[in-house]
Design a protein around this ligand. Structure first.
Ligand code: URA
Length: 436
């Protein structure tokens, strides 16, 4: 077999066989296929797409390129939840405890992200004492005992995806639905859960800018899950403005705790209820989606979700009192309140989520390179969301800074807001759900 023939085959829109896909992926991982041929192949896929079967085979081959996590020593129903990523996205910190309150096993291994704000691991590390470095024996024991753990990944899962993603990043081939779907699903399948709930973000602050392409991505991933015998559901959710109000690590953990107390921002609370409901439904705990949502709300109001989070914090070395006393978190030295100075009776038309993410990052809340050290205490709280009215003197946002780039951050936050004098309707956070 020769790589050039397979590039031509894809260029001419023919379907590749399992043997051919294996030849490409294994050859690339072993450095037998050079970057220039792989780049050409990826571009052919970007233009010509892949059939459902090709996408499944690509996912399977990438999955088999590395270790697969065996969760069989964890008893019960194991569900994994994944978000395609967005600004202010702290849903795992709420959804995993709510689901665990109903006996579902949430065994999450996360990687660290680059950009905007930190990933889930960085957010958790803002809790004094909390460790994400837990060995597999303790990880399994913890999930069996309390139903949840969120730890750093130690296993070398999907090395093929790591290598391909780095190449896609510099060859203009990220935005291909088959490539994104197989990249995400290979990692999810390698993580070992029986059921998968996906949160596909749509909007200016997300990979998928419109509902049509997000639907195609959701359908592709649900199909791959089905072919791999893992029940998968994908919810399309709005990322045209930051999720909730807090952007920045400890600020987001505090918002997650407030949400577990039933006092979170409306959009974020609704999203957490919907995603928890999908988990309860897929796990067979609830009879229909309405019943599932009622259970999610109950665990928010009776404190059982919060208790699960507290248990996880304590099991992973953190100070469990943070759920009641936020002064335990390291605090920023400077708090700047941005007030609106202008005409009365305006409305917030949009808030550029990427701009807010970058504003938080330059304060130190995220990293540009793997080596950057995160400042857990800095960030932004948005006090006005899309659809809110604005009058002279109203508080728009609050900046928590330790003196790094504060002024630049203030300007970026103000630039992110677009105002109008027309009434703006608040759209629901969940756009639609794609089931298998
Ligand atoms: N997230 C991933 O893990 N892979 C992609 O290709 C895009 C987003």
């Amino acid at each position: 077999m020769r790589m050039v023939d397979l590039i031509i085959k894809k260029r001419e829109k023919f379907e590749l066989t399992e043997e051919e896909i294996k030849f490409i992926i294994d050859g690339y991982v072993k450095n037998e296929i050079p970057d220039y041929q792989m780049s050409s192949f990826l571009m052919a896929v970007l233009f010509n797409g892949m059939t459902e079967n090709e996408q499944y085979l690509l996912t399977k081959t990438m999955l088999e390129s590395g270790e697969q996590i065996d969760l069989s020593s964890i008893e019960g129903i194991k569900v994994d939840k994944h978000s395609t990523g967005g600004v202010g996205d702290k849903t795992s910190l709420v959804v995993a405890p709510l689901a665990a309150a109903y006996g579902i096993k949430m065994a999450k291994m996360s990687g660290r992200g680059l950009g905007h704000t930190g990933g889930t691991l960085d957010k958790l590390e803002s809790i004094p004492g909390f460790t994400i470095e837990v060995d597999s024996e303790h990880f399994f024991k913890q999930v069996n005992e309390i139903g949840l753990a969120i730890i750093g990944q130690t296993a070398d899962i999907t090395p093929a995806d790591k290598k391909l993603y780095a190449l896609r990043d510099v060859t203009g081939t990220i935005e291909s639905i088959p490539l994104i779907a197989s990249s995400i699903m290979s990692k999810k399948l390698a993580s070992g859960a029986n059921h998968i709930v996906l949160d596909v973000k749509v909007g200016a602050g997300a990979f998928m800018k419109d509902v049509e392409s997000a639907t195609k991505l959701a359908e592709a991933m649900v199909k791959i899950g089905k072919l791999a015998n893992r029940e998968t559901v994908a919810t399309l959710t709005d990322m045209s403005q930051p999720l909730g109000c807090a952007v920045g690590n400890s600020l987001e953990v505090i918002e997650a705790i407030e949400t577990l107390k039933g006092k979170g921002p409306e959009d974020f609370t609704n999203l957490c209820i919907e995603l928890t409901a999908e988990i309860l439904l897929i796990a067979g705990i609830a009879k229909d989606i309405e019943d599932a949502k009622a259970l999610a709300v109950k665990a928010m109001h009776d404190g059982s979700g919060l208790e699960k989070l507290r248990q996880m914090i304590i099991h992973q070395g953190g100070d469990g009192n943070v759920v009641d006393d936020y002064s335990i978190f390291k605090e920023a030295s400077e708090i700047v309140e941005l007030t609106y100075d202008g005409q009365n009776n305006l409305y917030v038309e949009s808030i550029n989520a990427l701009e807010i993410g970058q504003a938080a990052m330059i304060l130190g809340a995220g990293r540009l390179t793997k080596e950057d050290v995160i400042d857990h205490s800095v960030g932004i709280v948005i006090n006005k969301k899309v659809g809110d009215t604005l009058n002279n003197g109203d508080l728009i946002a609050t900046i928590y800074s330790n003196g790094k780039n504060t002024e630049e951050c203030v300007n970026k936050v103000l630039d992110a807001y677009l105002l109008t004098n027309e009434i703006v309707k608040k759209e629901p956070i969940v756009i639609k759900t794609v089931r298998g």
